[in-house]
Write a protein that binds this ligand. Sequence first.
Ligand SMILES: Cc1cc2nc3c(=O)[nH]c(=O)nc-3n(C[C@H](O)[C@H](O)[C@H](O)COP(=O)(O)OP(=O)(O)OC[C@H]3O[C@@H](n4cnc5c(N)ncnc54)[C@H](O)[C@@H]3O)c2cc1C
Ligand SMILES: NC(=O)Cc1c[nH]c2ccccc12
Length: 503
Amino acid sequence: MLSDRPIDVPEQSFASVYDRRRLAAAGEMLPRLWDTLPEWPSVGGGRRVIVLGGGISGLCTAWSLRKAGFDPIILERNDRVGGRFYTLRNHFGDQHAELGVTRIADTHVLTLAYARHFGLEILEYPLDATQLYYVMGHRFLSTSRGKAHYPADFPLTPEERDIDAESLNLQLAAKAFSAIGDPRDTQWPPATVRKDFSGETFYRSLDRTGASHAAREICRAYEGTEIEMFSGLAWSANQRLDAKWFHTYAIAGGNDRLTTAFADDLGDRILKGAHVQRVISREDGVTVEFLRNGDPETIEGDFVVCALPHRILLEVAFDPPLSGPKHRAASEIPMFTVTRLNFQFSHRFWADEGIIGLLAACTTTPIERLWDLTSLQPGTSGILTAYVQDRNAAALDELPTAADRIEFGLKTMESFFPKAREYFQKGLSFSWHHQPYTRGGWPAFRPDQTDLIADLQRGEGRVVFAGDHTCLYTGWAQGALESAHFATAEVIAAARGSIEPTT
Ligand SMILES: Cc1cc2nc3c(=O)[nH]c(=O)nc-3n(C[C@H](O)[C@H](O)[C@H](O)COP(=O)(O)OP(=O)(O)OC[C@H]3O[C@@H](n4cnc5c(N)ncnc54)[C@H](O)[C@@H]3O)c2cc1C
Ligand SMILES: NC(=O)Cc1c[nH]c2ccccc12
């Protein structure tokens, strides 16, 4: 259990992705916070903790704090909980579409552990999936851990031609991250690694693997355009944490069943439609001001857990103001521009070619990758989502209406799926960067921004921070849950007086 001894917490920013205060709070619990549902000590004494944001990190923190004897309450701006867990129902008939969290890797042990804890049924995406590739104007099929039918004039090296496209991508990623060390080491990253990746995007890091241009384009088609701008170091760490990823799962009936399960357990401890405006942290407590149905309300407590996406921190007034490093990190780290173009078809024409599994098509066209959101759902109709990122998503924004974006998507799809229009029934365009409650898809660490994670983690006064932006597993529910465990440990340590609230 956590030490009761006060721990000296240095003020200086530490050149690691781990904030010292957070590590001190985690104490002996550290290794377990990453992979199990902890047995929280009952130390809360009914103290009130105000949790800002009802995404999975806020929900899990409130749920854990209740187990530790606190009295948590969640303020959620939206009229639903879940945040970036967003399962759209009743739009495409009886089929649902995931607009946010779609897959759970077998390496995401916390996500799976909580799903099991709540008794949710877990389905597995097919392992031996086949995907269409449309890269540099070449169209071919490739089967995971199987065969790729590369066209004779597709300019891969002879060694690269020997393996399927997915394995080629995984091998290149493994080569790129082989030298980074263990991102779970609390001193990570070593200075040499930081230097090697300095100024480098992941796409650029692939240069060092000696891969051909065509192989790197396969990676871009497989991973998305974001690898052109995402920090090579942060991406490599993310990949390294998932190095053993093999099976991929989803929750039967929709992934939001996980966030709903937390919410059902928390009951009336969640205030929906509560738009947080101001957070006041004093020596003896906290006050949060929010708007509900347009009316101002105030709530008092002992601690705040801020589980808002990092760009939203800039829209909330903090008193005292956020520290310079945190404000800088929140201002400088972008959230990804991401649009999901969803298309429902009366017939799963891609399956006629043997394309099965979540990942249906990997392309270098402006609509990038297509995922089959119905691969685990019954029915003859099917929903493909185009996962459009960054500059391609920004280009879609230039089109005046959602109908224009769907039409552009369909037209582009016809270049590699000629039957798409014939079976098209209904479309829906959803842009995460237009959602006022997230302002983007996930934190998009640019080169040399990895160390800023420590600044996003650091508690300030009686305010503790959670969310997928506060950890290396950024952009994953696993990271958000991990952050919830760390935030809970931090509140526990502060309540026990084993870490001092900072000023
Ligand atoms: C398109 C997409 C696909 C993804 N795919 C996957 C995937 O397949 N697998 C996976 O594991 N992860 C995936 N992710 C990442 C995953 O969704 C996130 O990492 C995780 O859900 C983040 O949880 P969070 O609680 O940190 O933030 P959020 O879910 O964003 O929660 C923040 C909450 O704060 C609320 N809020 C905002 N402003 C205010 C305010 N002023 N007052 C009160 N409340 C406020 C929001 O409404 C929201 O509910 C995906 C994300 C996106 C966008
Ligand atoms: N979890 C996701 O699928 C979102 C995502 C896309 N690209 C990423 C890069 C890093 C982290 C998460 C993501």
